[in-house]
Design a protein around this ligand. Structure first.
Ligand code: PLP
Length: 279
């Protein structure tokens, strides 16, 4: 089955897709992106992802000419052309192609790229036994609510986590745990789900929002409030949420066991509810 790309209005095999070296995404990381999961041929919560794409683009002044209907049609066609029932759809919009100059040109057509690849889920063992994470000082800028393609801090942080045998690194700023390099973080205390509030210092995760809704439906209380690093270690349970990892139990932070050191009951409940939610 083919991996598919859509580049500036044309579908083609991913291996043949090209953008200019003068693209501002390549030159400056001047662009935004989204990643959607496809389950059994259907994109998961596309309206939320497209809404966030629009917000990110608006925040950095990239005009999006695509309507929701156009995005929906392009995504559907890309999925159909690929034929992957379980896939990840990556959307990238950059400011466009222009001679290199930090100051953006007055008028430029944004570059739009959509790719579809098969989804290889993380190892089942991670969900059964839980994952290890580490904490790192947050070196990112203060507009982490924008899903920018400028991901250098996330890349270096993820590499550091890997070198320490961890699957994720949690960013800590001024003593508060904010989110992972590619995920949001949730803690459980007295059967209440506590997660850092939305704001400029973290990404409003689509999975985060879905999981908070599922928690309330399941009778689990939810508090969106700052989480100090010390509260992370003291939590009964910790888990991560994200488009590719879904709901992932965390059992060690910086080598210290969380709760009983195994995935806890609220985490397991949320894993089960999330699986039901995407069929
Ligand atoms: N936070 C960051 C920094 C991310 O990169 C991601 C996903 O890539 C998330 C949180 C989780 O967001 P979502 O659930 O929308 O995938």
């Amino acid at each position: 089955m083919p991996e598919i790309a859509f580049v500036n209005d044309a579908f083609l095999p991913l291996a043949e897709a090209r953008v200019s070296v003068e693209d501002r995404g390549f030159q400056f990381g001047d662009g935004v992106y989204e990643l959607l999961r496809v389950y059994a041929g259907a994109p998961f919560h596309p309206a939320e992802h497209l809404g966030r794409l629009e917000q990110s683009a608006r925040a950095i002044g990239i005009p999006l000419s695509f309507t929701r209907d156009r995005w929906t049609a392009v995504i559907a066609e890309a999925i159909a052309r690929s034929g992957f029932p379980d896939a990840k759809v990556y959307i990238q919009v950059t400011r466009g192609v222009a001679p290199r100059d930090h100051v953006p040109p007055g008028s430029v057509t944004p570059t739009v790229v959509v790719t579809v690849r098969a989804m290889a889920p993380p190892a089942a063992e991670l969900y059964a036994n839980g994952a290890a994470v580490v904490t790192v000082a947050d070196l990112r800028w203060t507009r982490c609510d924008i899903k920018s393609i400028g991901l250098l801090a996330n890349v270096l942080t993820k590499q550091q986590a890997k070198e320490k045998g961890a699957v994720e690194a949690l960013f800590v700023r001024d003593g508060a745990v904010l989110e992972g390099a590619t995920s949001n973080v949730m803690t459980v205390k007295n059967r209440c789900l506590v997660t850092p509030p939305e704001g400029p210092l973290l990404l409003s995760g689509v999975t985060r929002k879905v999981v908070l809704g599922l928690a309330l439906e399941a009778g689990v209380a939810v508090k969106e409030q700052p989480v100090a690093e010390a509260e992370l270690y003291a939590a009964a349970e910790v888990f991560l949420t994200g488009t590719t990892i879904e709901v992932l139990p965390v059992v060690r932070v910086n080598g210290r066991p969380i709760g009983a050191g195994v995935p806890g009951p609220v985490t397991k409940l949320m894993m089960a509810r999330f699986r039901e939610a995407h069929g």
